[in-house]
Ligand binder design. Structure first.
Ligand SMILES: Nc1nc2c(ncn2[C@@H]2O[C@H](COP(=O)(O)OP(=O)(O)OP(=O)(O)O)[C@@H](O)[C@H]2O)c(=O)[nH]1
Ligand SMILES: [Mg+2]
Length: 325
């Protein structure tokens, strides 16, 4: 028999005694919950999500502010289901899109059963942010601290940081090198053992909940971020206008996608001289989409101007950014 203690009424913030926890785990109780991955931009949150799930779901680039919307990645085993929620890096918003990004991160943290806060060991402001945040962390749920990019600091610096950050409100501190997978299994174990007792939320074979179109748009945006410089990548957004999947597996999937930019001058840059840039982005994105979907792809990619979309409510809505409810 499987016991589902999550169905018992429990006061908010109530904790089960250690003895009861042990007795329940011996009875094969299942643990499941939502774990928000949060932190400043560029600290390695999306890289970690991909490692924790074992599949590339979330886009990763060397540029800060890559992730704009939350993304769910699901890890399941015989006794656990962790729904990891990748979030946009937290920053002081300067325009409407950044306000939406900040809200996405805050909402994901508010809704989570536990928070996995990520610090870039080699970036001092990220360490300072963790110290500041620690003062406001609520005590009703676990806060796991991941000290990522420890490859960027000396062993002495790493020891200093661990000494400075370890302890309340953080339940545990795990050093990692997300790009290499170092420490990621330990991190996963620490998260899984802190999930509440609950039935799984999604079928245990699922890895993600977003539609394929979402991932395809993100792959195109990742490629644009990689290829474009300065402010231009930040002015791009991608929509999928058409996605046709022929039943005959031998035939290519037809994808019609648009890269939106804010100004005609940016359109010129994305197209490039004699169309060179858009062709390059298209070819590279197509190859990544083929790898992701396991099918041949025909990618029809265009560029359009959606004036000042980052600052306009209506344009953001059109691009799928929901306002705070
Ligand atoms: N050296 C080093 N680089 C890392 C590590 N983890 C991630 N990176 C790199 O850091 C950069 C940012 O990684 P992301 O995973 O996109 O970071 P993020 O926190 O999701 O960034 P935003 O979405 O912009 O908030 C990429 O170039 C990664 O390859 C690490 O452990 N060591
Ligand atoms: Mg990210």
């Amino acid at each position: 028999m499987q016991i589902r203690p999550s169905t018992w009424p429990r006061a908010a913030g109530a904790t089960v005694s250690a003895d009861l926890e042990r007795a329940l785990s011996e009875l094969d109780a299942f643990r499941a919950g939502f774990c928000a991955i949060a932190g400043l931009p560029n600290v390695g949150k999306s890289t970690l999500l991909n490692r924790l799930i074992g599949q590339k779901l979330s886009i990763v680039t060397p540029k800060a502010q890559t992730t704009r919307q939350r993304l769910l990645g699901i890890y399941s085993d015989e006794g656990h289901q962790a729904v990891f929620v990748d979030t946009p890096g937290m920053l002081e918003p300067r325009y409407l899109l950044q306000e939406r990004m900040r809200e996405e991160a805050e909402r994901a943290i508010a809704d989570a059963d536990l928070v996995l806060y990520v610090v870039d060991a080699g970036y001092a402001p990220s360490v300072e942010h963790a110290v500041t945040l620690a003062r406001s962390a609520d005590a009703h749920r676990p806060w796991v601290l991941c000290l990522n990019k420890v490859d960027r600091v000396t062993p002495e610096e790493r020891r200093d940081l661990q000494g400075r950050l370890d302890g309340p409100p953080w339940d545990v501190l795990v050093p990692t090198v997300a790009t290499e997978g170092v420490g990621v299994e330990e991190l996963k174990t620490e998260v899984l053992r802190r999930l509440p007792f609950s039935q799984p939320f999604y079928p245990t074979e699922d890895l993600a909940v977003a539609p394929v179109r979402f991932f395809v748009a993100e792959i195109i945006r990742e490629t644009a971020f990689e290829r474009l410089a300065e402010e231009v990548p930040y002015a791009t957004a991608v929509t999928i206008e058409e996605y046709r999947e022929p039943e005959d597996e031998g035939k290519p999937v037809y994808i019609n996608a648009v890269i939106h930019v804010e100004r005609p001058s940016q359109k010129g840059i994305v197209i490039g001289s004699a169309g060179k840039m858009i062709r390059r982005i298209g070819t590279e994105a197509r190859m990544k989409i083929e790898e992701f979907t396991g099918r041949k792809v025909y990618l029809d990619l265009r560029v359009k101007v959606l004036r000042n979309w980052r600052r306009r409510e209506a344009a953001l809505k059109l691009l799928g950014f929901r306002p705070k409810t």
